[in-house]
Design a protein around this ligand. Structure first.
Ligand SMILES: Cc1cc2nc3c(=O)[nH]c(=O)nc-3n(C[C@H](O)[C@H](O)[C@H](O)COP(=O)(O)OP(=O)(O)OC[C@H]3O[C@@H](n4cnc5c(N)ncnc54)[C@H](O)[C@@H]3O)c2cc1C
Length: 460
């Protein structure tokens, strides 16, 4: 039996950040990970490889279609998919190796294998030595896994999830994406840029469920203009491989033939094989580990964070929870402001949001004022030749406090950081409007949108 102060199960962004923070705070930390590489879904088959492919595929499109506008002539542009995939794998390797180096630096003991509870403060690992560990505190950070739909048979190849879509051997001629959330749209856009005919099927009558409706509407318009096809209000009843094709069945419509299907209908908390029964820990109705506001479960000494608990399934949310949880254990202070956690879709155009949507405010009966500024009125956007999209700021009608910021357009994912800080610090739209923003930058659109809350925008 090996003893530590804290055992972290899972080395995704939640688990590895918790382990590092706990080691900084002086705990003797162990981390158990069943995959060979550290970094979890995010680094291995999520955020990082998808962004690497989005970046590479964007270069391909820019070289083909947009350089001429800048007066740059190139010869014929060809796709070298193998090189693109190799680069993606290298980016992933660099980062997962980086986490291993950080573990070493912080003297975190790494165990390879699947961890299973045998008692509230004990876990067994399925490694060759049948290692058993004991700790005062155990943190479940086992993340999530993709889900499917009834009748949609995942074959791990042609009918697959984002994991397969990150490594198709060639662009499928026709790709059907089921689900218009951020994962379906990002991966759909990668393959559309690389030459696939992409059709996105979505059950709801809109894309990007949960995001501000005005943003989603603008995004749909711009994606369609790029050549992505959408069928909204479409109920998929099945998908199967049939000879050398895939067939997708839709309620009230003809079956749709294609070469590959990407199922992107969501993810579910991953608690399989964790032995939660052994410690009497029951899950909620959606299969999540229930926790209190200090991330403690109903079993003393056992905590949970990240995708395996409630809240948005996002890497940075898992990271914040990882740090907050161990800070709570060691110092007693545990705090997260969920209103200030941004969400980003890394498509072109980028889409980013923090705080409340307009629909949420309307539903809650909160009176607000709205300031909108379009990128086409911004000098830097013109220099970049990226004029689509806008910044929208929602501020409380009486106090002027910033309640929500929604951006669609160039570098929205970077611009949203200012808005997240504003919300975290309880800023008013007047605070944003009075802050000097360097010229010419895209960030000036935030200042202009803040001025627009009061009808004082200059460049529109
Ligand atoms: C295609 C894709 C793109 C994404 N893009 C983004 C993005 O751009 N931005 C963003 O914020 N989020 C993104 N996400 C979501 C993000 O990856 C997750 O929210 C994040 O990884 C959750 O972190 P986590 O630590 O909770 O869990 P995970 O990253 O899932 O890590 C859990 C780890 O636990 C391990 N594990 C599970 N059970 C056991 C066990 N019993 N014993 C030992 N180890 C175990 C797993 O192997 C895994 O490594 C994306 C996801 C996908 C699929």
């Amino acid at each position: 039996m090996k003893r530590h102060d804290l055992i972290v199960i899972g080395a995704g962004p939640g688990g590895y950040v918790a382990a590092i923070r706990a080691a900084q705070l002086g705990l003797d930390v162990a981390c158990v990970e069943k995959e060979a590489a550290l970094g979890g879904t995010c680094l291995r088959v999520g955020c990082i490889p998808s962004k690497a492919l989005l970046e590479s595929s964007e270069h391909y499109v820019v070289a083909r279609n947009r350089l001429a506008e800048h007066g740059v002539r190139v010869g014929s542009v060809e796709l070298d998919l193998a090189a693109m995939m190799k680069r993606k794998d290298k980016v992933v390797e660099g980062l997962t190796g980086g986490v291993a180096a950080l573990f070493k630096k912080r003297k975190i003991t790494r165990y390879a294998g699947q961890a299973r509870f045998t008692a509230p403060r004990r876990v067994a690992i399925d490694d060759a030595d049948k290692t058993e560990l004991e700790a005062k505190h155990i943190l479940i950070a086992t993340g999530s896994v993709p889900t499917s739909l009834p009748g949609v048979e995942l074959d791990g190849d042609r009918i697959g999830t984002s994991t397969e879509a990150l490594a198709y051997p060639e662009p499928p001629k026709r790709l059907v994406v089921i689900g218009a959330g951020y994962i379906g749209l990002e991966m759909g856009q990668v393959w559309q840029r690389l030459g696939s005919e992409v059709t996105v099927l979505e059950y709801l009558d809109r894309i990007l469920p949960g995001m501000d409706g005005e943003l989603a509407k603008e995004a749909l318009k711009l994606f369609k203009r790029q050549g992505l096809a959408f069928q909204l209000g479409c109920r998929v009843t099945g998908a199967r491989v049939h000879g050398d094709r895939c067939v997708v069945e839709r309620e009230g419509d003809e079956p749709l033939e294609c070469d590959r299907v990407l199922v992107a209908v969501g993810r579910k908390p991953n608690t399989e094989g964790l032995g939660l029964d052994e410690i009497g820990l029951t899950l909620d109705e959606r299969g999540r580990v229930p926790v209190d506001d200090r991330f403690a479960t109903a079993v003393e000494g056992v905590y949970a964070i990240g995708d395996v608990i409630r809240g948005p399934m996002l890497a940075h949310k898992a990271e914040e929870e990882g740090s907050a949880c161990v800070e709570g254990i060691v110092t007693g202070v545990c705090h997260i402001n969920y209103d200030a956690i941004p969400g980003v879709v890394y498509t072109d155009p980028e889409i980013a949001a923090v705080g409340k949507t307009q629909e949420q405010l309307e539903q809650d009966g909160v009176e607000f004022r709205k300031g909108v500024f379009h990128f086409r009125g911004n000098g830097r956007a013109r220099a970049l030749a990226q004029l689509d999209g806008f910044v929208k700021i929602l501020a409380h009608a009486r106090t002027d406090r910033v309640l929500g910021v929604h951006i669609i357009g160039p570098r929205a994912g970077d611009l949203i950081a200012e808005a997240a800080v504003a919300i975290e610090f309880g800023a008013s739209s007047e605070d944003l409007a009075r802050s000097s923003h360097a010229h010419p930058t895209l960030a000036e659109c935030l200042k202009e949108a803040a001025l627009a809350v009061d009808g004082r925008q200059i460049h529109a």
